[in-house]
Design a protein around this ligand. Structure first.
Ligand code: CP3
Length: 341
């Protein structure tokens, strides 16, 4: 089998024959084969915690969509779960934490677990997947950024404002730092274990970055992401995707991450200027995939042209929306593959 290492080379900043492409949330509800498997199970957690099944859905988009990378099927919320704060995934609603973090005693009760002990199911899924892929495409590992995990652990569920979590940064910054430090230590050990289990690139998702004012972002988020990058960069290329954090691009430019992920509101040319030498990843608006095949092609080519002048990994600006037609995703992927800028 010919090995496709385009994504890995672009993630290292090496030159490539064409732009590699994958999609955040490519493994999931857009694929009928995912929904079929998921429908036979008790819930999302069963899928995440059964390595053979997690591996199967990791590879589904590689077969169905012809993407240049696989991302391990899991969730960012497995980390709080492993630390002693369990989550539930409520059908059609999203994540829910029955208990939340309110006091210093709550933080003290959390552990910094041994990843093999508490997250062995993810590591086993990585090992099985790496073997099954046999070099077909590179395998991406991931974790949530400490701030985004804190947001769920304090709030208990998704929120438009994350006002409880943001409020904590004003009312009890000491407690917030104690929690962030514990999450960071857990995440570093977890990502190192993912690399040992076969992850060739790791991505840190800071989905709620854009909810913070720049000074708070620096104090409560980017410094912890920087610690994670410093620990992982000697092992594998690291990607930071911080949604809405256009104001922090200079911080990311100064970190040992190799790739910066852009959401669809960011200007690729401006990020290139602010972060010379980095690989950029993104950033088609997921809504562009609601268009006709011709509209998807045009929007994708316009996006690709904006990234000229440096290494690029094509992706959406956030996860693909569940009501997206997989046929349009294929048009996106094939347009990238056929593009010669
Ligand atoms: O294909 C992939 O990208 C890998 C799998 C993956 C999932 N979650 C699977 C999933 C990844 C990388 C994540 C990351 C994740 N999880 C993030 C960061 C990225 C982002 O989108 O901002 C966040 C914030 C979460 C937390 C989470 N998990 C939420 C808010 C939800 C509910 C909303 C939703 O999208 O359904 C989930 C559930 C979830 N995680 C699903 C999948 C496929 C849907 C669950 C189902 O099958 O019903």
């Amino acid at each position: 089998m010919t090995k496709n290492d385009l994504f890995l080379r672009a993630a290292r900043g090496e030159s490539v024959e064409r732009t590699p492409v994958w999609l955040m949330r490519q493994a999931g509800r857009i694929l009928p084969e995912y929904r079929a498997l998921r429908g036979q199970l008790s819930g999302f957690k069963e899928l995440v915690e059964t390595p053979a099944l997690a591996s199967e859905v990791t590879i589904q988009p590689v077969d169905a969509l012809d993407v240049d990378a696989a991302i391990i099927f899991s969730d960012i919320l497995v980390v709080p779960d492993a630390m002693g704060l369990p989550y539930e995934m409520v059908e059609a609603r999203g994540p829910l934490f029955p208990n939340v973090i309110k006091t210093a005693a709550d933080v003290d009760r959390l552990s910094i677990p041994d990843p093999e002990d508490k997250l062995g199911y993810v590591l086993e899924a990585l090992r099985i997947t790496k073997k099954a892929l046999n070099g077909r495409v590179p395998l991406i590992g991931f974790a949530g950024a400490p701030w985004t995990l804190l947001a769920y652990m304090v709030e208990g569920h998704g929120s438009k404002t994350f006002s409880k979590a943001r409020g904590l940064l004003y009312t009890d910054p000491k407690l917030a730092h104690a929690l962030l430090a514990k999450i960071t230590a857990t995440t570093i050990a977890y990502l190192q274990a993912q690399v040992a289990a076969g992850a060739q690139v790791v991505q840190v998702f800071d989905s709620w970055a854009g909810t913070l004012p720049p000074a708070h972002y620096r104090e409560f988020s980017s410094r912890y992401i920087s610690e994670i990058c410093e620990a992982l960069a000697p092992l594998v290329p690291v990607t930071v995707f911080a949604k809405g954090a256009w104001f922090a691009v200079e911080d990311f430019a100064a970190m040992p991450c190799r790739t910066i992920g852009l959401d669809w509101t960011e200007d690729p040319a401006a990020v290139r200027r602010a972060a010379p030498g980095k690989t950029l990843q993104g950033n088609l608006d997921p809504c562009a995939l609601y268009g006709t095949p011709e509209q998807v092609r045009d929007a994708t080519e316009a996006m690709l042209r904006q990234f000229a002048g440096g290494p690029h990994i094509a992706n959406l600006g956030h996860g693909v929306y569940p009501d997206t037609n997989p046929e349009r995703v294929k048009v996106f992927v094939q347009t990238v593959k056929g593009f010669r800028g």
